[in-house]
Design a protein around this ligand. Structure first.
Ligand SMILES: Cc1ncc(COP(=O)(O)O)c(C=O)c1O
Length: 357
């Protein structure tokens, strides 16, 4: 999608050696895999915790390093990155800040954590118009306050035409919120192109669940109410543990929620690996596998890392599972995902399993 100048210091071949499993694992779109470094960091942390050596301020230092690493990964400054733990909560922050009676436009069939937070604002007269993904850009009007969408659709792997959506949003004065959960980690993502982005990093980035990021441009941040503020949103964390006064951070940290500490320990090597990889190369690798599967299934080549096809009764998913392949079923479709640990043998294994019947 976006041509980046590579600053990679880890090659794809090197990165592939950092996984202890992955053969037949076609489920990064559900739950990614940890590297040796993430496993080691989490084991060491558990030991330290058990020994009474875990330390709140050291966890805080880990979080700040991960914030800086993530900012670098998606081309924004650390000051515009807030931390979170669930997509729906981060989307809920934006949803709660929509003016009464305003309109939001979403793609039909997007992941519910990007949909329900907006539907939940109906009591204030916020209207949600859901349209086909392909019509998203042309559906925006001067009355649309926000367009919210996933860069890559969870159920089908379809890529949104983010250039067209952003151009339409600029023309209509609409804010843009993009969920990159199914994109960041396998393709270059530039979060600075959107007013805000959300990413839960437990899929393609291989972090533990519970490590999420919210990036926000300053102009859009000025529109948002820090509804989830707690001690972690304070300007000075350790002076913010008790009220009655609230002095929030002036940058995106005012939207932070307190971190699930051990998860961030596992996230540090995960984010660092993907920050140092050439993600255009990872995208080429993953898409080549996806296209090879499309060829084998007589589907048009999709140029995607996630491939899904109709499987209403779940027969194909059962065949894959019986062959020892980890796949998933979503929205009446069988779904497989190719990531850097996969290769052509995984494609062949899927085709063999489906042919065996
Ligand atoms: C596009 C997208 N966003 C977010 C999530 C996860 O949502 P949450 O962080 O609310 O669990 C998923 C999970 O499949 C997803 O596909």
């Amino acid at each position: 999608m976006i041509a980046y100048t590579s600053t990679s210091t880890v090659t794809l071949a090197e990165a592939r050696t950092r996984y202890t499993s992955g053969r037949g694992y076609l489920a990064a779109c559900t739950l990614g895999l940890p590297t040796i470094e993430t496993i080691a960091a989490m084991r060491a942390d558990t030991e330290a915790w058990a020994g009474g050596q875990a330390c709140a301020s050291r966890y805080g230092e880990v979080v700040e390093r991960v914030r800086v690493g993530y900012a670098d990964l998606v081309n924004v400054t650390p000051h515009s990155v807030a931390i979170g733990s669930q997509t729906s909560v981060m989307a809920g922050l934006v949803a709660a800040s929509i003016p009464d009676g305003a309109e939001v436009v979403l793609p039909r069939g997007d992941f519910s954590s990007m949909v329900f937070p907006f539907l939940a604002q109906a009591h204030r007269g916020v209207t949600v118009r859901q349209v086909d993904l392909a019509d998203l850009a042309t559906s925006l009007t001067a009355n649309t306050w926000l367009v919210a969408f996933s860069l890559v659709q969870s159920a089908t792997g379809t890529l949104a035409d983010s250039d067209a959506i952003r151009a339409a949003a600029r023309a209509t004065g609409t804010f843009t919120l993009c969920d990159t959960t199914q994109a960041t980690g396998w393709m270059p993502v530039d979060a600075s192109l959107f007013d805000a982005t959300i990413c839960h990093s437990y899929k393609w980035l291989g972090a533990p669940r519970g490590v999420g990021f919210f990036t926000v441009a300053e102009t859009f941040a000025a529109q948002l109410h820090p509804i989830n503020a707690g001690w972690y949103a304070g300007d000075d964390l350790w002076a913010s543990c008790y009220g009655p006064a609230m002095a929030l951070a002036s940058d995106a940290r005012r939207f932070d929620v307190s971190p699930a500490w051990p998860a961030w320990v596992g996230a540090e090597p995960a984010i660092d690996l993907f920050r140092r990889l050439d993600l255009a190369e990872v995208a080429t690798h993953n898409v080549a596998l996806g296209d090879a599967l499309c060829d084998g299934l007589d589907l048009p080549r999709l140029g995607q890392a996630i491939i899904s096809w109709p499987d209403a009764g779940g027969r194909d998913l059962a065949r894959l599972t019986a062959a020892g392949i980890t796949a998933s079923g979503r929205a009446g479709r069988a779904r497989v995902a190719f990531h850097l640990w996969n290769d052509r043998d995984d494609v062949d294994a899927v085709l063999d399993a489906l042919r065996r019947g």
